[in-house]
Structures are given as structure tokens and as C-alpha cells.
Write a protein that binds this ligand. Structure first.
Ligand SMILES: C[C@](O)(CO)[C@H](O)COP(=O)(O)OP(=O)(O)OC[C@H]1O[C@@H](n2ccc(N)nc2=O)[C@H](O)[C@@H]1O
Ligand SMILES: Nc1ncnc2c1ncn2[C@@H]1O[C@H](COP(=O)(O)OP(=O)(O)OP(=O)(O)O)[C@@H](O)[C@H]1O
Length: 281
């Protein structure tokens, strides 16, 4: 019997860095959503743990114990004699600010907990990466602390989105190190049951504090944002996470799909995808 789990792209609609802990990790206030574009995990019972990586974005993704999928499996198994054959179909670009590895780890935890009939880790996978707890929910959330404080936001409007990655890998620690200020204001109070346009107007007043240092590291991000700004009907555009992937919001899936075609024509080397937000666990 095989169990499957979807690992959707994580998008930080806003990402405010509000402080830094003694251990160097930064305190965040972030609005996180998930989009129906992602990787796929399949697990089936086996004597030992093994991983195969396939799919259009498999090149360069580690296949050994450093892959977050195997790290998640090893954490969940603990000292029990459990095995699984795991397959990862990689569709998301790696080191791209859309949580590819973290979402894979979270989907692996979900699929293996069902296969092995065991509980999820007590820390919801935080030890695997700061983004894993939010990816485990795979639904719209406010994320605080270093990533461990999660508040689901079930009433956010569905958003129609285009994601563009210019193909430059941006290492997360480098971007955090480039912050000019580590103590920035938190997000404004979230609007209660907002309309789509009311929500996007609110979002326009929030920030991604990691965008300036990421743009300094990878000027291609500015080219992506400029190209997004020029598309028809665009409502908002911003970088996600520590970059380099940027997102743009549109009033309908038709408008998003049309913008995706134009953006792909702008630069055929860019990874471009369109989808809508939702709940995927
Ligand atoms: C930028 C975000 O993607 C926003 O959602 C996350 O905060 C990063 O999540 P992640 O990639 O799962 O992060 P981890 O693998 O735990 O950490 C990678 C590196 O990012 C930095 N890091 C990460 C999270 C955090 N709250 N503060 C940090 O300073 C640290 O330098 C750390 O060594
Ligand atoms: N399953 C995986 N998929 C992608 N990268 C992985 C995976 N497992 C380990 N890695 C390693 O993790 C690094 C970061 O990749 P990942 O896609 O998680 O970054 P990211 O999208 O910037 O994450 P975040 O948005 O959480 O900061 C890659 O450079 C890669 O070597």
C-alpha cells in the first residue's frame, strides 16, 4: 500500500523581522499561504529507508541523508525498526524562498505518520527547519517566533497568484545577515473577514524585510519584480521568504494565467507557475 502527500509551495505574503534571539535566529511576524503548485511524496512499506528523486526540478537536489525528506523520516522513526521506500517528485525550484525542502519534510512526516501509524514529532518538525511547522499545516497561517508559533487563518480570501523564480539560488543565512535592521515593526492588525481587495490593500501596507538584502545579493529579483509590475491587472507583487521567488496577485485565475504567459516570454529561463491559495493537508 502506498501513501501520498502533496508538498505545496509556501508563500510569505508578508515577512516582518521583529528581533533576534541570543542563538542568532530571528523573530518573525509573517503571513504564510500555500499554493496548489508543489512537489509530491509517495511512501510505501519497506525494510529499510530509501529515497528516489524524480521530476523536472530534481537536478541538484541531494538524494542522500542531507535531503530533508530522509531527515524527516529519520526523525519520525526515532529508534524504532521502521522502513519505507520514499519517492519525491520535485517540481519546485530549490533554495528559492518557497519552502521546497521544508514542505517536502512536512509532507513526508504526514505520509509516514499515516503509514507507520505513529504520532507527529512534538516540535512539529521545527528541528528540521523553521518553516516545517507551518508547512505541516499546509494552510493559511500567521507565523511568529522563529517559526514555531502558528495561528491558522481560515477566513483569508482565495488568492490568484503567479510565482516567478529567476534561477538564482539565494542562501537563507546570507539574506538574514544582510538585514540593515533586525528590530522592525510587527504586521498591522489583520482585517476581520476582509473582502479580497480589502485584504490586498492591507497587504500592500505590510512588507518583506528580507527583500532589500536579497535584492542586493541577487539583482535578478529586481528584474522579476519590474516585469511583474508591468503585467495586466496586477494587484500586488513582492518577494517570498528569503527569495529569490517573487509572487504577484491578480483578480482572477484567467488574469494570473495570462500574466504567467507574458512573464515566461519576458525571460524563457525563468521558472513561472500560476495557481491559487488553499488548504492542502
Ligand atoms: C525565511 C523563511 O523561509 C520564512 O518563512 C524561514 O524563516 C526560513 O526557514 P528555513 O529555511 O526552514 O530555516 P532553517 O533551515 O531553520 O534556517 C536556515 C537559516 O536561516 C536563518 N534563520 C531562519 C529562521 C529564522 N527564524 N531566523 C533565522 O535567522 C538562520 O541563519 C538559519 O541558519
Ligand atoms: N527535498 C529537498 N528539496 C530541495 N532542497 C533540499 C531538499 N532537501 C535538502 N535540500 C537542500 O536545502 C537547500 C534549501 O532548499 P529549500 O528549497 O528548502 O530552500 P528555500 O525554498 O529557500 O526554503 P525556505 O523558503 O524555507 O527558506 C537546498 O539548497 C538543498 O541543498
Amino acid at each position: 500500500m502506498a501513501n501520498r502527500a502533496f508538498a505545496p509551495a509556501k508563500v510569505n505574503l508578508a515577512l516582518h523581522v521583529t528581533g533576534q534571539r541570543q542563538d542568532g535566529y530571528h523573530l518573525l511576524d509573517s503571513l504564510v499561504v500555500f499554493v496548489g503548485i508543489g512537489d509530491r511524496i509517495t511512501v510505501s512499506k519497506a525494510d529499510d529507508l530509501s529515497l528516489t528523486v524524480t521530476g523536472p526540478r530534481a537536478a541538484g537536489v541531494p538524494t542522500g541523508p542531507e535531503n530533508l525528506v530522509l531527515k524527516a523520516a529519520t526523525l519520525l522513526r526515532g529508534d524504532q525498526p521502521l522502513g519505507a521506500q520514499i519517492s519525491l517528485e520535485k517540481n519546485l525550484p530549490a533554495a528559492a524562498g518557497i519552502g521546497g525542502g521544508s514542505s517536502d519534510a512536512a509532507a513526508t512526516l504526514r505520509a509516514l505518520a499515516a503509514l507507520w501509524q505513529c504520532d507527529l514529532p512534538n516540535d512539529n518538525g521545527l528541528s528540521l527547519g523553521a518553516d516545517v511547522p507551518v508547512c505541516l499545516t499546509a494552510q493559511s497561517c500567521r507565523m511568529e517566533g522563529i517559526g514555531e508559533q502558528i495561528t491558522p487563518l481560515p477566513n483569508l480570501p482565495t488568492l490568484h497568484m503567479v510565482l516567478v523564480n529567476p534561477g538564482v539560488e539565494v542562501p537563507t543565512p546570507v539574506v538574514f545577515k544582510g538585514l540593515a535592521s533586525k528590530d522592525n515593526p510587527a504586521m498591522e492588525a489583520l482585517p476581520q473577514e476582509p473582502s479580497t481587495l480589502g485584504f490586498i490593500a492591507w497587504l500592500g501596507r505590510q512588507r518583506n524585510d528580507l527583500e532589500p538584502p536579497a535584492r542586493a545579493h541577487a539583482p535578478e529579483i529586481t528584474a522579476v519584480l519590474d516585469a511583474m509590475a508591468a503585467t495586466d491587472q496586477v494587484l500586488l507583487h513582492r518577494m517570498s521568504g528569503s527569495g529569490a521567488t517573487c509572487f504577484a496577485l491578480y483578480p482572477s485565475m484567467e488574469a494570473a494565467a495570462a500574466a504567467a504567459i507574458v512573464l515566461k516570454q519576458t525571460n524563457t529561463d525563468w521558472w513561472v507557475a500560476s495557481g491559487q491559495t488553499g488548504s492542502f493537508a
